[in-house]
Ligand binder design. Structure first.
Ligand code: MG
Length: 384
């Protein structure tokens, strides 16, 4: 924890508080308490078995949502300290940012969103908020984790204006086109740095992308040239890791330098000044922004749309859709606690309520649990 915070950093003094008031913690800050609640949540533990790009059982060496979240927190905290922002808050946001992800990564999210199209849709970002606001059942006095406004603000990265209207104070910035705290902006960019870089590493490890392909990207090529020029006889694995760590360093350094400059020019004094800005003050230089776009384009084409990833995604989509259809048609197939939630929600909101409970159940599954449920419900040889 850094002891000197900028006047525009989020602090317990300028916090907008919790939805339900609670006594202050004795030996922690409010944001430490948020982080600790996130770490102890069931949704956080389940991230260990949720896909980032590769399905969890494809290999133990690939990133999962849990290790991804830890990497995001590491990058965000390092930058946060230099900028004199609130490390506890950025850590809480980073660790919680993917809590609402479905099994099977984006394929799962897209499929569940299609299933929910008549019932308000499904969006992982809103679901992360739903997890911390409502779904976790750990405390006697409230549902969810009752996090501070600033953690919730950071978790809700994007939101349509239509949805934003339903979210009250938290949704206002999407309607008024304002910014969240710098800590929230930072967690968002750290997410991008983490996945762009680790997906290259995982992509190589999986054999789906090659070193030659990666060298077509200027940001990679520049660092690669340096590494092979300075170190002789490195194995391919070591070369890649050395290049990737240098890429992360280059991106982080650029982000810090550019953001310091942006903050200097905008001269904010309070956190409200930050929220009033038209643009995010945490940003890359134009040059690094362009490099990053190219990196993302490369990964989309070379990795996310690779036919083997597509096959996995198509299969994952079918699993999610099959589970959704079968549970909506007969909610009594759900475990009893969800079945009774369906009855409650159906009374209150009709079919939309029923579909939402089914979506919550499916979204909470890990990859392997979803595969297991599919097997139990559809495999004729498993009649027990
Ligand atoms: Mg993420």
């Amino acid at each position: 924890m850094n002891f000197f915070l900028a006047s525009y950093a989020a602090t317990v003094t300028n916090s907008r508080g919790r939805r339900q008031q609670e006594p202050s913690p004795n030996y922690r800050t409010e944001y430490q308490r948020d982080r600790d609640r996130i770490v102890h949540s069931a949704a956080f533990r389940r991230l260990e078995y949720k896909t980032q790009v590769f399905v969890n059982h494809e290999g133990d060496m690939f990133r999962t949502r849990l290790t991804h979240s830890v990497e995001v927190a590491q990058i965000a905290r390092s930058i946060c300290r230099i900028l004199n922002l609130n490390e506890d808050l950025v850590e809480a946001i980073a660790l919680a940012h993917d809590l609402g992800h479905t099994p099977f990564g984006h394929a799962g999210q897209d499929s569940l969103n299609r299933c929910m199209s008549e019932f308000g849709g499904f969006e992982h970002n809103l679901q992360s908020l739903r997890v911390v606001d409502e779904l976790e059942e750990r405390y006697a006095e409230f549902s969810g984790l009752n996090l501070t406004y600033e953690s919730r603000e950071g978790i809700l990265k994007h939101c349509s204006p239509y949805r934003a209207k339903e979210l009250g104070e938290l949704g206002e910035r999407f309607i008024n086109k304002q910014q969240p705290s710098l800590e929230a902006q930072l967690a968002n960019v750290a997410d991008e740095i983490a996945y762009n870089n680790h997906d290259m590493d995982d992509g190589m490890r999986s054999g789906l992308i090659t070193l030659e392909q990666l060298c077509e990207m200027p940001l990679f090529a520049e660092q690669h040239e340096f590494v092979i020029g300075h170190y002789k006889n490195l194995t391919e694995r070591r070369t890649i890791h050395e290049v990737v760590r240098r890429m992360i360093n280059a991106q982080v350094t650029d982000l810090i330098d550019t953001s310091i400059e942006n903050i200097k020019n905008a001269a904010p004094e309070t956190i409200d000044d930050i929220r009033q800005q038209e643009k995010s003050l945490i940003s890359f230089s134009d040059e690094m922004y362009a490099y990053n776009l190219e990196l993302k384009r490369f990964l989309r084409k070379g990795l996310y749309q690779h036919y083997r990833v597509r096959r996995m995604s198509a299969k994952a989509g079918r699993i999610i859709k099959s589970l959704f259809d079968v549970f909506v048609e007969d909610p009594h197939l759900l475990p009893p606690e969800y079945d009774s939630k369906v009855s409650q929600m159906e009374k209150a909101e009709g079919d939309t309520g029923k579909a939402r409970v089914v979506a919550d159940y499916i979204a909470g599954m890990t990859d392997r649990y979803a595969i297991g449920e599919f097997e139990r419900l559809f495999n004729p040889s498993q009649l027990t």
